[in-house]
Design a protein around this ligand. Structure first.
Ligand code: NAP
Ligand code: ZN
Length: 353
């Protein structure tokens, strides 16, 4: 057992995160122990820490964009050795037997995938603790290989923001000739721009923030549309094959539907809950359009995305922070003041008293 592992935890929805010491399990046969170097800060960490989804278990150690180095492996581990650069994303286990797992869709495991934090380990019933910590122990089947050449801090957000946007792009077979739009330029949004562009699509950003235009172009957007401007929205009628909507809070989806082409799909990856205002079905029916959802991506698909990023020189644009500054990062995230992902340098944890 790794005892007295340092991490940062939320202790309730109201309190700031603070130092927390806990134990990590001894290595099982197929486990890999990882010393964490960087962990990205996802808006889901904020939702979870503040119990926006009503299922928080405290203390909670958030973090599911983990990059580190292997320090030890269990006796049956064949794919990793000490010193390897690896990643861990949003899942650390799944049943491995159901139809979804058989298709490489572990995120849709019919027996519930085990989330990296705020989850329950299926073997010993313990609560899972995430990447805002110095070390993690994970089955090799849920560990990703970080290809050579990827910047390690910039690779961390690929483990969630990257795969969550990659998966709908691939599912919708985006490539040259596709017209893709992205709603919201934050962590997920900026990865969606980069990945859609690298896949060869024409890429449009819908944003509320006029000040993000220059950055959006640099990140891969060919076109920028201010979503609050009805005439700009009208000028895009019938255009997009795929819209990836990353907005974290309830918002009006109806203005985006007319911008879909016939057979186009709007995929919600941000907000979880009832839409308000309600969705008008008429424009869906009249042009065979779809409004859909998507959750992260499978393990093989995540490796595919990491390899694609290495080949195309893609990583997240990150602002490195100390773990002691996590609350300011959360506050800035709430103000959409992120360029474009905070990544915690875990060396700062060594200074935590
Ligand atoms: P983020 O960095 O905070 O970016 C969200 C962006 O959405 C903002 O930068 C802003 O862009 C826009 N926005 C924010 N509040 C808005 C509002 N009230 N109305 C309209 N637009 C708003 O967040 P993130 O880390 O990318 O995460 C986005 C969402 O995806 C979160 O809800 C997160 O929990 C979720 N998520 C889902 C999955 C999944 O598997 N489905 C995985 C990871 C994260 P502009 O300034 O450009 O408008
Ligand atoms: Zn995430």
């Amino acid at each position: 057992m790794f005892s007295n592992v340092r991490g940062y935890a939320a202790f309730s929805a109201q309190q700031p995160l603070g130092l927390f010491r806990f134990d990590r399990r001894s290595l099982r046969d197929d486990d890999v122990a990882v010393e964490i170097l960087y962990c990205g800060v996802c808006h889901s960490d904020l939702h979870n820490a503040r119990n926006d989804w009503g299922n928080a278990n405290y203390p909670m150690v958030p973090g599911h964009e983990i990059i580190g180095r292997v320090v030890e492996v269990g006796p049956s581990v064949t794919r990793f050795k000490a010193g390897d650069a690896v990643g861990v994303g949003c899942m650390v286990d799944s049943c491995g037997r159901c139809a979804s797992c058989a298709r490489g869709l572990e995120q849709y495991c019919e027996n519930q995938a085990t989330y990296t934090y705020n989850g329950t380990d299926p073997q010993d019933g313990s609560t899972t603790y995430g990447g805002y910590s110095e070390r993690i122990v994970v089955s090799q089947d849920f560990v990703l290989r970080v290809p050579d050449g990827l910047d390690l801090a910039g690779a961390a957000p690929l483990l969630c923001a990257g795969i969550t946007t990659w998966s709908p792009l691939r599912h919708c077979k985006v490539g040259p000739g596709s017209r893709v739009a992205v709603v919201g330029l934050g962590g997920l949004g900026h990865m969606a721009l980069k990945l859609a562009k690298a896949l060869g699509a024409e890429v449009t950003l819908f944003t509320r923030s006029a000040g993000k235009e220059a950055d959006a172009r640099r990140l891969g957007a060919d076109r920028i549309v201010l979503s609050a401007d009805p005439s700009a929205m009208g000028a895009n009628a019938g255009r997009f094959d795929l819209i990836v909507d990353t907005v974290p809070y309830v918002h009006d989806v109806n203005p985006y539907v007319p911008t879909l082409a016939t057979d186009g799909t709007l995929v919600l990856v941000g907000y979880l809950g009832p839409l308000d205002p309600m969705l008008n079905t008429a424009p869906l029916v009249m042009n065979r359009k779809a409004v859909a959802g998507s959750l992260i991506g499978g393990i093989a698909e995540t490796q595919e995305m990491l390899d694609f990023c290495a080949r195309h020189g893609i990583a997240a644009d990150v602002e490195r922070i100390r773990i002691q500054d996590i609350e300011q990062a959360f506050e800035r995230m709430l103000r959409s003041d992120v360029k474009y992902r905070f990544v915690i340098d875990m060396a700062s944890l060594k200074d935590a008293a």
